[in-house]
Design a binder for this molecule. Structure first.
Ligand code: TYM
Length: 364
């Protein structure tokens, strides 16, 4: 009896030890995964109402990648003031933008959402990086050229060094991947150059980030001038589908979209208006371009535009409804953004401290 009891006890102890060991291994692996999750940072300016291009070019990918990566998504209000802003509108749009991030599917429980101006490390690192950026590099930026042409009465230094602040946003978080639309590619190249330059001068400090730009949806065009990018600051309201538009507004804008005098529904560089509508249909219906061409062969633009109008209205409706719901709960948004900023600051401070040390700032 005794003998059997002892055997049982030994086995039991062994089993228990194994269980403890396994739990520890699992915990270690979980922690390692947490630490080693690659980082994403991306942002949007609260300088106007968000439109469907923001969703297809950026936010859709933020949502897609948020499980796999550790994500920081920011509302870049410091960037927005490079163009004159009405203070009350800027305040309102900052919260609206946060609500739209969530309405589009960003999960605030797993992704960190914050307002850029809550994290002073962004401007602190931007200053340092300014001192490593050539005037020529900033003056070559297409966005600077476009914006200074559009706002010739206010070509300020902030507008000029805007891409350096963007580089600081990204580099502060040791970011691996930056999901953006096509228009941000040049800014990403500058970010990479600045990181490499700094790392070369001192020693490895910044991760070199990669852009993440999808083939389709990274450049949605204006509905009224399909050779131009859809933009929140377009004077013509009919050119842009806003995420807060009603079904009727969306349908009316799509039905009035500028196309060409042909009647063939086909992807082509010569048919920018139709190709743009096909892109929207492709995203809204998750349908291949070949299938779209087949579905509308011989049917003409009227039928096609009606189908796109319905599909896009169906696609945007749940976003708008969730957005309106969230805007009734500003306290929730404020709490979430406060917590997000706290988390972001902790991470940003680590990098900034490293940078300050390397460049020779005294630290006590
Ligand atoms: P912003 O605010 O102009 O646009 C936000 C994101 O939306 C994409 N986008 C589009 N995508 C497809 N079609 C369009 N018509 C369209 N319009 C805009 C943009 O490419 C962008 O991804 N500089 C940035 C904001 C920024 C940022 C950052 C981005 C500041 N710091 C750090 C990434 C990482 C900007 O002006 O985006």
């Amino acid at each position: 009896m005794n003998y059997r009891y002892n055997i049982f006890e030994i086995n039991y102890k062994k089993l228990n030890l194994q269980r403890i060991k396994l739990t520890k291994i699992r915990k270690d692996m979980e922690e390692k995964n947490q630490v080693e999750k690659k980082v994403i940072l991306s942002g949007i300016q609260p300088s106007g109402k968000l439109h469907i291009g923001h969703l297809t070019g950026a936010i859709k990918n933020w949502v897609k990648l948020q499980q796999e990566y550790e994500c920081f998504y920011t509302i870049v209000d410091l960037h927005a003031i490079t163009v004159k802003q009405n203070p009350a509108e800027l305040r309102r749009r900052t919260l609206e933008t946060a609500a739209l991030f969530i309405a589009c599917g960003v999960n605030p429980e797993i992704s960190t959402l914050f307002i850029q101006s809550f994290v002073p490390e962004h401007t602190q690192l931007a200053w340092v990086l300014n001192c490593f950026t050539g005037m020529g590099e900033c003056s070559r930026m297409t966005q600077f050229k476009d914006k200074s042409a559009a706002h010739s009465e206010n070509i300020n230094i902030g507008l000029f060094s805007y891409p350096v602040l963007m580089a600081a946003d990204i580099l502060l978080y040791q970011t691996d991947l930056v999901p953006v639309g096509e228009d941000q590619k040049q800014h990403l190249e500058l970010t990479r150059n600045l990181a490499q330059r700094f790392n070369f001068h001192y020693s490895d400090t910044f991760k070199i980030p990669e852009p993440y730009i999808e083939k389709v949806g990274a450049r949605v065009m204006s509905l009224q001038e399909p050779s131009k990018k859809m933009s929140k600051s377009d004077d013509n309201d009919k050119a842009t589908i806003f995420l807060s538009d009603t079904d009727e507004e969306i349908k009316s804008k799509i039905k009035r979209a500028v196309t060409d005098s042909d009647s063939v529904v086909k992807m082509s560089n010569e048919k920018m208006g139709i190709s743009n509508l096909m892109t929207l249909y492709h995203i809204a219906k998750n349908m291949s371009f070949d299938d779209i061409e087949k579905e509308f062969a011989g049917k003409g633009y009227g039928v096609f535009k009606s189908a796109v109008a319905d599909a896009v209205a169906d696609y945007i409706r749940p976003v708008r409804e969730k957005y309106l719901d969230l805007m009734n709960n500003k306290k929730y948004l404020e709490e979430l953004l406060t917590a997000g900023a706290e988390k972001a600051r902790k991470r940003a401070f680590k990098t900034l401290r490293k940078v300050y040390k390397k460049i020779g700032f005294v630290q006590f």
